[in-house]
Design a protein around this ligand. Structure first.
Ligand SMILES: [Zn+2]
Length: 96
């Protein structure tokens, strides 16, 4: 599934399809990736910088429009998610 990048949160919320994402942070930074779950479309925030011990952290590589994230993304059911689990690799979501 193609991951389409947005630059505006309102557009991500109203027009983003599952797998769409945007970057957020101070001064157009990339502290966080806000993404719509490829499985259910709900919005989640993935920290890309250290935001304290209580939060997990992903590392992003590659071009901003075709990012790769590590580790995998897991919308866990025990936290109310849909159970989708997969990777974002070069701008493509791949479920596992
Ligand atoms: Zn989901």
């Amino acid at each position: 599934m193609r991951a389409t990048v947005f630059t505006d949160y309102d557009l991500l919320e109203t027009e983003g399809t599952p797998g769409s994402f945007m970057y957020a942070g101070r001064g157009h930074g990339q502290d966080t990736m806000i993404m719509r779950c490829p499985g259910c479309g709900s919005i989640s925030a993935l920290p890309l910088t250290d935001q304290g011990d209580r939060f997990p952290k992903w590392s992003k590589s590659g071009a901003d429009e075709l990012p790769t994230l590590s580790p995998s993304v897991f919308h866990t059911k025990d936290k109310g998610g849909c159970g989708w689990h997969g990777f974002l690799q070069e701008g493509i979501w791949k479920s596992i």
